[in-house]
Design a protein around this ligand. Structure first.
Ligand SMILES: [Zn+2]
Ligand SMILES: [Zn+2]
Length: 255
């Protein structure tokens, strides 16, 4: 025992921890492969085996192609012209982007991620989001997911926006601040509310700043942009907390 200095004891502990981590990831990898054999991944859109969202369906998903409003990414007359709505409204976020329109395979992917527990879809869904982000390159230093209220998160087992945010962070190297925003209360899903004013009222006071303090610009991530009310409420809280300019990236947007 005499020869074991605190440093070598610490190195020994670190080695054991590294070996345990390697063994755990090996077991998890084998388990994932075993699950793939029993439940092979099937495309959520066409049902083909091999991937949760096959390359053909992803390629056929309707792109949110320009010309679009530089602020809200709604279709517009020309590349730099605002949509018909943006001149008379002001969001707390600077601009939003989405690679897809919320339709076809893009809609099916969102539904499967949100309501069918297919968390493995976050990887393939985040790739076009990361491509969109690289092209856009907004001045944001950190990624923040739109938080999900506790009861809904427990029921689903995860927050789909956080899974997408994690994957986008991994693919782009932009750091993730998963606890920069918290949800104070559960609200009825925005999709069930038709009227835009009611959607805004639905999320008023729903979010609060979390323990992490941010500066220098934020990229908010969510699965779908509908009226923009949820992203606007989140951006409002972040602006009040002096996080700097806020930008928003979603997998799909409703046109
Ligand atoms: Zn497919
Ligand atoms: Zn607009």
């Amino acid at each position: 025992m005499h020869g074991l200095c605190p440093l070598s004891a610490a190195l020994g502990a670190a080695n054991i921890a590294a070996m345990l981590a390697a063994a755990t990831s090996l077991v998890l990898g084998l388990w994932a492969r075993a699950l793939d054999l029993v439940f092979p991944p099937r495309c959520v859109s066409c049902g083909a085996f091999g991937a949760f969202l096959c390359a053909a369906c992803l390629a056929a998903a309707p792109p949110a192609a320009p010309p679009r409003c530089p602020v809200c990414w709604m279709p517009s007359e020309g590349p730099d012209s605002l949509c018909s709505r943006c001149p008379s409204r002001r969001f707390h976020f600077e601009a939003a982007r989405s690679p897809f329109i919320y339709d076809g395979a893009a809609r099916e992917a969102v539904h499967a991620l949100k309501y069918r527990g297919l968390s493995a879809l976050a990887g393939p869904m985040a790739r076009p989001m990361a491509d969109c982000l690289r092209q856009w390159a907004p001045p944001a230093g950190v990624i923040v997911p739109v938080p999900l209220a506790g009861p809904r998160r427990r029921l689903r087992g995860y927050n789909q926006s956080e899974l997408l945010a994690r994957e986008v962070s991994r693919l782009t190297g932009l750091p993730l601040a998963p606890r920069a925003l918290v949800r104070r209360r559960s609200t009825p899903p925005q999709a069930r509310i038709a009227d835009e004013a009611a959607r805004q009222a639905n999320v008023v006071g729903a979010f609060a700043p979390g323990p992490a303090t941010l500066h220098g610009g934020v990229l908010l991530i969510d699965d779908v942009l509908t009226s923009g009310a949820t992203l606007d409420a989140c951006a409002h809280v972040l602006r009040e907390a002096s996080a700097g300019p806020v930008f928003a990236l979603t997998f799909a947007r409703e046109d």
